[in-house]
Ligand binder design. Structure first.
Ligand SMILES: CC(C)(COP(=O)(O)OP(=O)(O)OC[C@H]1O[C@@H](n2cnc3c(N)ncnc32)[C@H](O)[C@@H]1OP(=O)(O)O)[C@@H](O)C(=O)NCCC(=O)NCCS
Length: 177
């Protein structure tokens, strides 16, 4: 496989989701360790219907915004860069998750670097943003290693799944950075 929507990394592949991925996605997405500090748009518990909805939503994207991270022929997580519209066209929300089995190996940092280049060089976006729950130190570290700058602390902005009210950090990277 090759082409602009297949991005090859060292030991992983980024590719669009496709029909037939529901079982593979469900096997790694239904995990409270993954969803702990993610937006409630990512459901928990995660059902087969959630997987099917997500696949049908993202397979029609053009250009691809949502990539599966594939390791050893299996879905291991996802990275996404979702463009806003209207006055924020050219600006995209950046996000990622990975099944815990592979945490701490530099995979999401490497995948995010590929996606940053794709966003700027292939899609021509001008600004990428990510909102991070304050305790999510690993996620903030990924962004810093990918050249994102912490622009703001948004105080008491979210309630996490355990009921704690948390600050979030706004990170951003510009095409010109
Ligand atoms: C955040 C997440 C994507 C990181 O993926 P990963 O592949 O393990 O990340 P990497 O290995 O590329 O890098 C992680 C960095 O964070 C650091 N790190 C990890 N846990 C940490 C902790 N508790 N405290 C401090 N640093 C930590 C690692 O040491 C590494 O930095 P380093 O290279 O400078 O040593 C992964 O933990 C995850 O999927 N979490 C659940 C979903 C999520 O929170 N997504 C982000 C929402 S904003």
């Amino acid at each position: 496989m090759s082409g602009p929507d297949i991005l090859r990394g060292d030991g992983f592949l980024l590719r669009p989701f496709r029909s037939g991925d529901a079982d593979g996605l469900l096997a790694v997405a239904d995990d409270a360790r993954v969803t702990r500090w993610m937006s409630s748009r990512f459901p928990h518990p995660y059902t087969r219907a959630d997987a099917e909805f997500w696949i049908s939503k993202t397979t029609s994207e053009s250009p691809t915004e949502t990539f599966a991270i594939e390791i050893e022929d299996r879905i291991a997580g996802s990275v996404a860069c979702e463009e806003h519209d209207g006055e924020k066209a050219g600006v995209a929300e950046f996000g990622y998750w990975l099944t815990p089995r592979y945490w701490g190996r530099g995979i999401v940092t490497a995948a995010s670097r590929l996606l940053v280049r794709h966003a700027f060089d292939v899609r021509g976006l001008r600004r990428l943003e990510a909102h991070v729950f304050a305790p999510n130190v690993a996620s903030a570290r990924v962004l810093e290693k990918c050249g994102f700058v912490k622009e703001a602390t948004m105080r008491r902005r979210v309630t996490d799944r355990g009921g704690d009210v948390l600050d979030t950090y706004l990170y951003a990277r510009l095409a010109t950075d």
